[in-house]
Design a protein around this ligand. Sequence first.
Ligand code: S3P
Length: 437
Amino acid sequence: MPAHRFLPRGPLTGRLRVPGDKSISHRSIMFGALAVGETRVTGLLEGEDVMATAAAMRAMGAQIEKSGDEWIIHGVGVGGLLQPEQALDMGNSGTSTRLLMGLVASHDITTSFTGDASLSKRPMGRVIDPLSLMGAHFEASPDGTLPLMMRGAQPAVPITYRLPVASAQVKSAVLLAGLNTPGITTVIEPVPTRDHSERMLRGFGAELEVEEVDGERIIRIHGEAELKPQQVEVPGDPSSAAFFIVAALITEGSDLVIENVGLNPTRAGIVEVLRQMGGSIEELDRREVGGEPVADLRVRHSALTGIEVDPSIAPSMIDEFPVFFVAAALANGTTTTSGLDELRVKESDRLSAMAAALTGAGVQVEESEDGLTIQGSGGEPLRGTSNSRTKTHLDHRIAMSMAVAGLASRDGVEVDDIAPIQTSFPNFMELLDRAAS
Ligand code: S3P
């Protein structure tokens, strides 16, 4: 458990590029592993979570290797996954677990999934339910957590499933099971969530339709699909960029350009909300990379004003709330959030973890069932932690958010464990050193 003290420093200047998008990286490996032929991926995030997906797809028959800057994948074809010899170790990664459960659900193989202490607490019932309806069998603990064993169904049964939670992972699990299911599998999404699976499945040649009816999205996938190998360019991860966006906004004198940031509308809520607070975030050179909108972002230190965040924007910034709470802690006035129950079942309970972390650093925070209310310092440095340590609960985003809080503190912020940062942002410390030197 390497602890680290993040000291006040800055300003953040120059240009930097964050690693590839985690969601898109997972999917590029999975879909490449299901296409017959050679898929090439550039810009892949080489974090622990994505490597867990790669190891699992190898264990089920795909060939995946790195050559220079490219990852080269030889797939087994939809329906061709082999039974792994050992349990699949998913580490800290909910995305790997839930999406791979979807893939296995329509293959005639038996698979066990295990994970670390954080992942072993997270709810899997939300994917077990629809995948059971498709015919898969599960043996899990009664509360539906890892470790679990599942046997896929062959043939699986196509279903129409209305998502009870706004979750791209559940949506994707059902769509991926649908890839190898004869007939049409339908997901109804009352609240839009990230649509990388839909975009990329189409790019790989799957027959997939999206219809909008009364604000709901109806997604239909035709099985059994055939995927064609692709050349994929993964854009930079807006969730990783968010740490540097907030760091530059709250650190006096900052003027930073973050290059190649993915701005898919289902992911870009953080930029919109920070702008509503008065943040200066300029989009330069808007373009498309790998079928996703991308821009370079110029971020300048700004006086932020507290706001009431509209809960309907939450799905498009669901992973950015921890660092958003840090921005709120430096704003002028009160920031209120609600409708964030999902944050309690992420890598940690992010509402209580951030309430405790910010309180420990001298911020006035009130925790409700589904949100936080934060009194901002009006730009004054936070006190920081002098003899306590922020508990990160194996959650990379808590560690990086409190690293950002440390920049804008008087005494610095001590984080108990920075190892989890490796799951999503392996060069975070190096980029922070470079930008804020
Ligand atoms: C993800 C979806 C989100 C997000 C996670 C990645 C994905 O989870 O929090 O980091 O790649 O589909 P939920 O779908 O559970 O909200």
